[in-house]
Structure formats: structure tokens, C-alpha cells
Write a protein that binds this ligand. Structure first.
Ligand code: AMP
Ligand code: MG
Length: 320
């Protein structure tokens, strides 16, 4: 299969392919997604196969207009509209009660759906042109770092999907915040660019941050979070500061990569890049390409407090 590289002038063509049940990747402000229309079960099955995604890992539904919410969710509480007004289009995913018309394959059999309105203009135009909501899991082979550039999508899926709508470099670079508002107290299931503080300021009530995603009953609320994610091949060593760096360097095989905003070196075998959510996955992917066996992450005053960044680093460092 030839994978086309589309630009915003080709959105109509990309939309036609989606309506035919072919898989198209597109940019959002968070990461690139692999799209299919929400009611097209055969196309959604293709996404699971091409990604190697476990079938119990549900998909986020992407809408371009608020009135599409009632096509995929029921019993929508006023809180959903408060959050939508404040943060959409943007990187906040709401968990709501599932509309019976939403196929089970989308939700991994759950009675809830995950919905958001992405902020990238091409994404909104694509959804509008298709005329129905699109499911779009991150455009990466399951377990690998998400794609934040069209070239990343091609690394994983060239020849395996119909096209990529190139929307440039994703402005956020990590996945959306996921918040469950079907519970009496809203529950953050995945931290992201919209923080707990941002949400609490808007809704005027406390929100629970649940990094383990353990529901009170013990069942997993966000099944996808149990899998190892975002991971490069390299071993990841996380340092709280530079204090023990020399010691670590003396015992680590080179070439190696350091992600830090406060360290520089002239040594050729040590590749140093900045540490931030926008470029994290890009450098993870670079490390794979350059056969780097170790990535040392050195935290600073800002990165240490970035809950979403810490979550992705911890997931990536977690070996199964
Ligand atoms: P990805 O598309 O790779 O960014 O992953 C989507 C994330 O949203 C996964 O971690 C899922 O577990 C989560 N998610 C999707 N639908 C639901 C749902 N109905 N309830 C809870 N979490 C969900
Ligand atoms: Mg993903």
C-alpha cells in the first residue's frame, strides 16, 4: 500500500478515504492520531490490527462541534458543558456515559465513552468534512512513543495506512488530560496539558488525581493506562538533579542521551537535548534511531513539578 502524504489542501481527499473505511493519520495539538469514523466497526478493527493495540484499550472519540456530543454520549451533566466551554477545542478528554449506538469496539466493552474536541484547525476541518466523529488513538505502534510529527507516523506506518495529513509539529507533544465526570467527584485518569489546578479553578470543586487509576471497587477505570507506554528501546535513568551525574556517567555505556535543561558537554558520545513535554517523544524516537542504549533524564525546578511529563517518563521507564 502506498501511504500518501496529505497537506491541508488535500483534506477533502483524506476525508473521502476515511468515508471509504481507509485509515488516515492526522495531527492534533497533542499527538498524531490514527482515524476512523466512530460508527465504522470494520475500519476501527483495522486500527487495532495496524497498531497492535490490545482490544480492551478504548479509543478517544474526536468531535468538531459541541452538538456531536449527544451522538456519542447520554446523561451529559452540566459539568461537561462547563468544561467544554473552558477547555475545548483543547487537550481535555471527558469520560461520559456511552450512547448505545457507539460500537463496543470503541470503548473496550465499557459503558462509558472518552470524548474531546481537538484544537488543531486541520483536525477540526477533517472531522467537519467527514461529517461525523472520528475515533483516533495515538498514531504509534502500541507501546512505542506517540508521534508528534508526520515523519514519526511514517516511521511506524509507512505502507500500512492510506495516508498522513501533515499538520506540522504538535504544539503540546503529549496526550490529553483524561477526566472521568461520571463519578460524584471528578477523577483525573491521565494527567496531561490541562492540569488539576486549571480544572478546579473553572469548576470550583475539588478533583481527585488518581495516578494508579484504581477505581474504589478495585477495577481499572482507564484500562489503557495499565500497559507499558511511550517507551524507547533505551534504558531510562531518572536523576532528581545533577549531583550524581558523574558517578552515573562513569558506569554507563556510550553513546548515551541526556535530556536536561541545565547540562551541556562537548563530549561527542553524549547527546544532550532539552527536557520538556513538547519534544520528549521526538528524542525518545531519536534514541531508537541512533541505537542509544541509555537515556539519562535530569530534572530541574520546572520539570520536577510537571505531573504530565513525570507520568510519561515513569511509564516509559517502567519495564514489564
Ligand atoms: P491513546 O489514544 O493512545 O491516547 O489512549 C487513549 C486513552 O484514553 C487510554 O489510556 C484509554 O484507557 C483512555 N480511555 C479511552 N476511553 C476510555 C473510557 N471510556 N474510560 C476510561 N478511559 C478511557
Ligand atoms: Mg497511545
Amino acid at each position: 500500500m502506498l501511504t500518501h502524504l496529505y497537506t491541508r489542501n488535500d483534506i477533502k481527499q483524506a476525508a473521502c478515504e476515511l468515508l471509504r473505511g481507509n485509515i488516515i493519520a492526522f495531527a492534533t495539538e497533542t499527538v498524531y492520531g490514527l482515524a476512523a469514523p466512530v460508527f465504522n466497526v470494520a475500519a476501527i478493527e483495522k486500527i487495532f490490527i495496524v497498531k497492535g493495540r490490545p482490544s480492551d484499550n478504548p479509543l478517544i472519540i474526536h468531535i468538531s462541534r459541541l452538538d456531536q456530543l449527544s451522538q456519542v454520549a447520554v446523561h451529559i451533566p452540566p459539568l461537561a458543558y462547563t468544561l467544554a466551554r473552558a477547555f475545548w477545542p483543547g487537550p481535555l478528554t471527558l469520560i461520559l456515559a456511552r450512547h448505545p449506538h457507539v460500537p463496543g469496539i470503541v470503548t473496550g466493552g465499557l459503558d462509558t465513552v472518552a470524548v474531546r474536541m481537538p484544537a488543531h484547525p486541520d483536525a477540526l476541518t477533517l472531522i467537519d468534512t467527514v461529517g461525523q466523529p472520528l475515533v483516533a488513538p495515538s498514531a504509534n505502534i502500541s507501546g512505542k512513543p506517540s508521534s508528534t510529527r508526520a515523519e514519526h507516523v511514517l516511521e511506524d506506518f509507512n505502507g500500512k495506512i492510506t495516508g498522513v495529513l501533515d499538520g506540522g509539529i504538535c504544539s503540546q507533544g503529549i496526550e490529553s488530560t483524561v477526566i472521568d465526570i461520571t463519578t460524584s467527584t471528578p477523577l483525573i485518569l491521565r494527567p496531561g496539558p490541562i492540569t488539576k489546578d486549571n480544572i478546579e479553578k473553572v469548576i470550583g470543586q475539588p478533583v481527585i488525581y488518581n495516578p494508579t487509576n484504581e477505581h474504589t471497587s478495585g477495577a481499572l477505570k482507564s484500562p489503557g493506562m495499565k500497559y507499558r507506554h511511550y517507551a524507547p528501546e533505551a534504558k531510562i535513568i531518572v536523576l532528581e538533579n545533577k549531583d550524581h551525574l558523574n558517578q552515573v556517567l562513569s558506569t554507563t555505556e556510550k553513546p548515551l542521551m541526556i535530556l536536561s535543561n541545565e547540562f551541556a558537554t562537548a563530549e561527542k558520545n553524549i547527546h544532550v537535548y532539552p527536557l520538556n513535554p513538547k519534544t520528549l517523544y521526538h528524542y525518545f524516537r531519536q534514541s531508537d534511531k541512533n541505537n542509544i542504549s541509555t537515556i539519562i533524564i535530569i530534572h530541574d525546578a520546572v520539570s520536577r513539578l510537571d505531573t504530565a511529563l513525570l507520568n510519561r517518563i515513569n511509564k516509559a521507564a517502567q519495564k514489564q
